[in-house]
Write a protein that binds this ligand. Structure first.
Ligand code: GN1
Ligand code: MG
Length: 362
């Protein structure tokens, strides 16, 4: 077992480490809360970076440093209070790098935002606040002179994800294809429709901006009074479509069930969460969005749920090499839950479009 305390000693922390225990429910990196002994020193979040996925850790960390400094700059411009709790602060290693390599794994440390909490599900009020915060997050990053390259190229590119899916189907490495053939056929049958954003981009009709690309509801921190604090998990922040961030929030937060729910009848779109998130988002993002970006927001909910279905099924076909799983058929269960959610989102498309139109014309 790795000596986590020894790992923290390679970072420029203040205070004496009291305890280190697992934190959160991320599917990629391993995350730990590092508590220090006395209340006058901060606690920390230690992460082992998944190297199979983030192959260029110095670039990853440099991007995060850059993004957090831009957010800080904008908060300062606005004379915001409590800035240290509204953006992440990286703690450098004792050799001043933004990570520590122990010969085996890469590690990083951030300051734990005191008094913060996350949710797996939100109320309409939290959805509204989160919508506002995401619009603001994108706005803060909209004036970046040198956009970060992105630690995972083509991360939310549907054409690329379908390429990986087709490859997994062709190889059928884990001999699971026969079992899921009807789902595969359904997903492939929708591939054209789901590559629309990439086509519009090539035609010069849909811009790419800096987006977060992992706007899962549990990537937002709130304070003890349920007020929004900040966006975390900046690993995938890179140029992309705003509909991605909008859609991924709806995929996760506006689902009445869980991402991997075993009870499929619990899964489905919560329109009230959708409405409140959209209302908040358009309040802060309207000013910089083009009409087509607004119009495509409901499509974003379909696209991201479709993309996640494809990604989970790809991993299932590959024999579970990407996402952490808790039981053997976990990726299949995730696929089924996401597909059920997608069907529910499909059935609300007109209603979602009407709401976005109404908000856009206000
Ligand atoms: C991963 O690590 P986590 O749980 O925040 C994934 C996202 C997926 C998500 C599905 C780098 O995010 O893209 O949407 O799982 N992150 C990466 O729950 O692949
Ligand atoms: Mg996360």
């Amino acid at each position: 077992m790795t000596d986590l305390k020894a790992i923290t000693s390679h970072f420029a922390i203040s205070g004496e480490v009291a305890e280190i225990k697992p934190l959160g429910s991320g599917l990629i990196n391993d995350t730990f809360l590092v508590t220090t002994r006395y209340p006058d020193t901060p606690d920390y979040v230690l992460q082992r970076i998944n190297q199979a996925i983030f192959t260029d850790v110095p670039l990853l960390q440099e991007n995060i440093r850059y993004i957090t400094s831009r957010i800080r700059y904008h908060l300062q411009q606005r004379n915001a209070n409590d800035i240290d709790r509204k953006t992440l602060t990286l703690v450098p290693a004792t050799d001043e790098r933004l990570y520590y390599y122990d010969g085996n794994s890469y590690w990083r440390l951030t300051i734990y935002i005191a008094g913060s909490k996350t949710f797996e599900q939100v109320t309409p009020d939290l959805a509204y606040q989160t919508g506002r915060a995401f619009g603001e997050f994108q706005y803060f990053l909209s004036d970046i002179p040198n956009p970060p390259i992105g630690a995972i190229p083509d991360f939310h590119n549907m054409e690329f994800r379908l390429g990986q899916f087709r490859e997994a189907i062709a190889r059928d490495k884990a001999a699971r294809l026969a079992k899921v053939q009807p789902i595969v056929d359904e997903l492939l049958g929708r591939s054209e429709e789901m590559c629309r954003a990439e086509r519009l981009h090539r035609e010069g009709k849909l811009p790419k901006r800096i987006t977060h690309c992992d706007t899962k509801v549990n990537n937002m921190l709130f304070d003890q009074d349920d007020r929004f604090l900040c966006v975390i998990d900046l690993d995938t922040t890179m140029p992309g479509f705003v509909l991605s961030d909008f859609g991924d929030f709806i995929r996760t937060a506006a689902n009445k069930g869980a991402e991997d729910d075993k009870e499929l009848d619990r899964v489905g779109l919560d329109m009230e969460i959708f409405r409140e998130f959209a209302r908040g988002y358009l309040e802060t993002a309207s000013a910089f969005l083009t009409p087509i970006e607004k119009q495509l927001l409901p499509y974003g909910a379909q696209l991201l749920t479709y993309m996640q279905t494809v990604r989970f099924l790809t991993d299932y076909l590959n024999g579970d090499t990407y996402y952490k799983i808790q039981y053997p058929e976990h990726n299949l269960q995730r696929t089924l839950a996401q597909l059920t959610h997608l069907h529910s989102i499909d059935s609300h498309l007109e209603e979602m479009n009407a709401w976005i139109n109404q908000l856009s014309n206000q």
